[in-house]
Design a protein around this ligand. Sequence first.
Ligand code: ADP
Ligand code: MG
Length: 371
Amino acid sequence: MIVRRLMLRNFRNLADLCWSPHPFLNILSGNNAQGKTNLLEAIFFCTTGRSFRTRRDKEMIGWAGQECFAGAELEGLNSSFEISARLNANAGGRTTFLLNGRRQPRQKIFRPAMSVSFTPADLEMVNGSPSERRRWIDLDLGTFDARYQHSLESFERVMTQRNNLLKNAGRQTTRELLEPWNEQMFLYGSRVIEARIRLLKLLLPHLRKVFSVLTSGKEEISLKYLSSLPLEKGTKPEDLRRLYEETVRKGFVREAERQQTLFGPHRDDLAFFINGEDARKYGSRGQQRTLVIALKISVVKMFFGEYGDYPVVLLDDVFLELDRHRQKGLEELLEGEAQVFITSNRRLDGSFGGRGKTYTVAGGKVIGGEE
Ligand SMILES: Nc1ncnc2c1ncn2[C@@H]1O[C@H](COP(=O)(O)OP(=O)(O)O)[C@@H](O)[C@H]1O
Ligand SMILES: [Mg+2]
């Protein structure tokens, strides 16, 4: 996937921009608070339909106005197309997406997501809270599955209702009260869990390979999905729903006491093991970072494996965070056909032999473009 042209109006501090990036490497340097991250966010938004910074579209609208436009001309393997979005700050104003000028639902346009981002916040994924690891699965892997987003949103809706019930009824909660919500919770919740496990399995061979390259073959990676349901090795997808039902039946008293939904994908987590040791507990900071880089690159590889094309790769300030050794590994692994955007508040020098350009971002504008 290649971004041929990016067009923005009132997207954060990028007031008016029309930019044709290089098809391979784009280095964006500039001082702080000039709009480098905003630019990556805009590319991410035009290729995934969401932001890597916020869940509220309205935050991306520049303070100068009530509306924002973001559009991109994209080139895939066999086709070129244009995606655009209009954001509206008015109360009740919704974001609308157009594909080649025709309005389409978000989930339909961005399946799969066409870019992978890597920001300093991602570096906390391994040692951060479980919600950050779930977010990673939902965002980076979920889009490989056609109905993942729908199942997840449906599950969250049901769970919110169910939580309200539990809170309101407190200790007076009865099994009958929860019954109407349980069916749907079991259905969507087990779909989400099943998909997560399946997608992680698909990712694992890529992750093993990438991690091995980054650590020069010295370290081995494995992972385990930690569920709030008592999954066992070999629990079949068709048994999941039943297991969910059973767990909730047995856990009724606890749920009534705690007044919240205690079982389901919203309580699950993921553990990584480096040479057999839990990376969160025993991994060094450097190992944890290497692991995050490996996870991101393996998503890129998995994308290629599935679709025969590369997603757009967005690296925000990450080179600053890496030592030379890992920088080298990252460069090596990304060397290929992917279009890459890298930001930095230093000048990154180097000659790209016609395979890249350097730009400066200043005051919401992109200038330069030296080969
Ligand atoms: N919705 C918005 N409207 C206008 N300006 C914004 C908006 N959100 C953030 N900004 C401004 O964008 C600038 C930060 O841009 P950013 O891309 O994060 O900088 P950097 O170049 O350091 O990555 C800040 O000056 C911030 O105030
Ligand atoms: Mg930044």
